[in-house]
Structure formats: C-alpha cells, structure tokens
Write a protein that binds this ligand. Structure first.
Ligand code: HEM
Length: 224
C-alpha cells in the first residue's frame, strides 16, 4: 500500500511538472518575442522597448498571467526537487534490476541539477531587470516611460554578465532538450505517429530558443 501511495504521488508530481513546464515553455516563446525587440538599438527601438515593458507591467490581464507564472516557476522547481529526491531514494533497487541509466542521456539524468542552475539564474535575472523595473531607481525616457532599455544595455555592456547569460542559455537548452518531450510523455500523450514529431519539435525548440536568447546579450555587447 505504501508503495502504491508513493508511486501515485510520484506520477501526480510528474503530471504537474509537465503542465507547469509546458506553461513555462509558452512563456519562454512570448518572452523571447518581446525581448528580440532589444536587437533594434536605435533611439526609436529603445522607446518602443520601453513602451512594451510598460504594457507588460501594467496591463491587468498580463499582470494576472504574471502571478500564474511566478507560481508555476516555484511549483515546478519545488516539485522537481521533491521528485529527484524521491527517485534517488527508489534508485538502489530499480537501477540494479533494470539498468535504467543505460539508455538515458546526460540531460535526462541531471534535470534537477539543471533546474536548480536555472533557478539561480532566474534570481540573478529578476534582480537585474524585473526588480529594477518595479522598484529600482530607474530613469524615464523621452516618452515618460521607465527606461528599462538603459538598465538592460548597461547590464549587457559587461563581459561577465554576457558570458553568464550565454552559459546559462546552454544550461536551459539541456534542460529543454529532455524536458520538452518528457512533458508529453508524462501527460500520457504518446502515439507512434506523433511522438517522433514531438521529439523533433522539442529538439528544435531546445536549440533555437536558447540560441536566440543568447544572441541578445552578445548583440548588445558587440554594438554597445
Ligand atoms: C537574453 C535573454 C533575456 C532578456 C534580455 C530578458 C529580459 C527581461 C526583462 C527586461 C525583464 C523585466 C521585464 C518586466 O519586469 O516585465 C525580464 C523578466 C523576466 N524574465 Fe527575462 N530575459 C531574458 C531571458 C530569460 C530567460 C531565459 C528566462 C527563463 C528561463 C527569463 C525569465 C524571466 C521572468 C520569469 C521574468 C519576470 C516576468 C514577469 O514579471 O512577468 N528571462 N526579462
């Protein structure tokens, strides 16, 4: 009985991990689309980015989704750590029997470590930009909007900050490489016809999205 209770809770955790993970994936796409505006470093581009940032921090519907986002990040991280601990406790018996590690990628065996690194990155990232936008001593631009562009440009004028972002986007890529297709499996969305396509979309997403994110600090540093 105790065994089935543990299994049940572990399955439930995987289910919620998958749902929150796919929501975070959707956020990443929207966040990337918004931040790619930073590649236009002209004075008009800067004003446009600041107007966009104001919309994202004041429009009620976006604000409501933001709260769901903060909750999902914390839930996904907390649940993931619990799941890793649970798997580790179950490992001695299972691994000897099935040699389960044999066919698994490095990323799939280290999802919790990659996740914790992303969480640390998020603390640094949100302190640098999100906290500054909401509570920092931030100036205003010619349109009267908070000048978030200048905050971002100042951060990405430092080589160590740019390097940190590039390294962390590689970490994100590894996490997504396993996480994307694993989410569909956890939700039971397996089909001989669609699973290979989901895997391909997952690999494409895991490579292209972090590369485009990494391009932003590199571009801003190179054109500072
Ligand atoms: C070069 C890449 C990135 C840039 C330039 C960037 C830029 C920004 C900026 C300017 C903000 C503050 C805007 C606001 O307060 O609404 C922000 C917030 C945020 N970023 Fe990023 N970001 C990048 C990558 C990432 C990545 C990879 C993640 C997740 C792994 C992430 C997660 C977040 C979150 C959760 C917030 C708070 C969003 C909210 O309050 O709704 N960002 N980012």
């Amino acid at each position: 009985m105790a065994r089935s209770a543990i299994l049940g809770s572990s399955l439930a955790k995987k289910y919620w991990m998958a749902l929150t993970g796919l929501f975070l994936v959707t956020f990443l796409l929207a966040h990337l689309a918004g931040n790619l505006q930073l590649l236009d470093m002209s004075p008009q581009g800067q004003l446009k980015f600041n107007a966009y940032a104001r919309f994202m921090t004041t429009f009620p519907l976006v604000k409501a989704v933001s709260y769901l986002l903060y909750f999902s990040i914390l839930f996904h991280a907390f649940d993931g750590i619990l799941l890793a601990v649970q798997n580790r406790q179950a490992r001695p018996v299972r691994y000897v029997k099935e040699n389960a590690g044999a066919n698994r990628s490095w990323a799939s065996n280290n999802m919790a470590l990659l996740g914790v690194l992303i969480l640390v990155f998020l603390v640094i990232h949100m302190k640098g930009f999100w906290y500054e936008m909401h509570w920092g001593p931030i100036g205003t631009d010619a349109d009267g909007n908070k000048d978030l562009y200048t905050v971002v440009a100042a951060a990405f004028s430092q080589l160590w900050y740019v390097s940190l972002y590039v390294v962390m986007m590689a970490v994100l890529a590894l996490h997504l490489l396993h996480g994307f297709q694993s989410a569909f499996q956890s939700l039971g969305l397996n089909h001989p016809r669609y699973t290979p396509a989901i895997k391909n979309v997952g690999v494409f997403f895991a490579v292209v999205v972090p590369v485009l994110f990494a391009l932003i600090p590199v571009w801003m540093f190179a054109n500072r």
